[in-house]
Design a protein around this ligand. Sequence first.
Ligand SMILES: C[S@@+](CC[C@H](N)C(=O)[O-])C[C@H]1O[C@@H](n2cnc3c(N)ncnc32)[C@H](O)[C@@H]1O
Length: 435
Amino acid sequence: MTRSFEGVVAYLSTQGNGAVHLPDGSTVYCADTLPAETVRLEEDAAGHWQLADILIPSPQRVPPSCTLFGDCGGCSVQHMQPEAIMAWKVDLVRHALAKAGFTDIPVATTFQVAPHTRRRADLALRRVADGLHLGLHTRGSKIVTDMAACPVLHPDIERVLPALRQVAESLQALRKEGSVIINLLDSGPDILLRTDAALTTTDRQKLARMAEQAGIARISWQSLKADTPTETAVQTAPVYQTIAGQRITPPPGAFLQATAESEQAIQQAVLDCLPGKLSRRSILVELFAGCGTLSFPLAKHCQVHTYESSAPAYAAMKAATNNTRITPFCRDLYRQPVLAKDITKVDIVVLDPPHAGAREQMDQIVRGLPAWVIYVSCNPASLAKDAAALASAGYSLDRLHVIDQFLWSTETETVCAFKRESSRRSRNGLSRSGS
Ligand SMILES: C[S@@+](CC[C@H](N)C(=O)[O-])C[C@H]1O[C@@H](n2cnc3c(N)ncnc32)[C@H](O)[C@@H]1O
């Protein structure tokens, strides 16, 4: 006979799954449930407990906006009210910071993006028996969930999908699989196509026709094999993006913050974290700078020395730094972190590392002891580790902003200002005005 168990969801895990404690002390994590819901679990033939029914739903439960919710791996919490999602993400950040040793921190601001605003889509392409699948991977699987529409994506990206699907299906370069990044820039959608075989002349002609008809300024191509250069397959018009008044040409597939609105919220949060009394000659070191999303706004307040490992991103920023106070460097900070002896010379370090965090660089930061460390994080788990190093070095947490820029996902963006008052005095005596 099948065993069943009725219980209450205790909390939502970092992966967005509801935790149900069993009488034997073990915990079952159930997707698509919410805290405080009463659920019924059943044990399957393999002895695994599965969600069978939601007996008492949470008042925070809402109907998902997308028919693919549950299959598509892009969204985890579309069944939860947006306000509740924001509160959950703030809790995840607080929990991560508490693990690092920082407690009772008020949140200065929160920001949550709206549906239909995502301006960067990274989609998989897979040939299947009856055609082509274009979309995100199915939850917990390598299968691609085919999608024609997505309530997360900006309509200008959605509009490109039918033409993209049609042309991708006909490409000889797409034998079995590929991927496509669509970046919505000020100049319109910018496409980077990756395939498992090289483009033929006919493929290039088809892409050129599509670019012309769909009003796409540039389509670039790259082999799916790791570390191969990108090539321009077709360019019909200039490609550009404006950051704090500077026009840059991002490289194909460039990193972009998820939406224009969240980019602005992150920029504002970083500026809010700056101490007062900055002079235009003050030097700030910015690590993991990308194409300059933070560098150009920061350079309105002080001199900025930027470090970034991607040569194309570095080149895109460098080409736009005339008449700014930015000095860019191209450097792999995991292999060659900026050393403590150089960090000692500046008062402020801003860093925005990838998902894995910045362990090698943190070792140097906590030896260089700048007065301020402004940390932009997309992953509370790596933030917890890097912030623990700052706590051990005597930093306090001065400011915290939480940004939910990946709607309905488990991702959370955080901007934190850490400050250290003792041992090394700030040469400029920098403090936040009023603090
Ligand atoms: C989260 S993005 C932030 C970019 C930029 N701050 C922005 O807002 O657009 C992280 C950046 O770190 C860069 N990066 C990744 N690994 C790196 C490394 N080992 N050394 C230096 N930069 C790296 C990536 O190329 C990317 O531009």
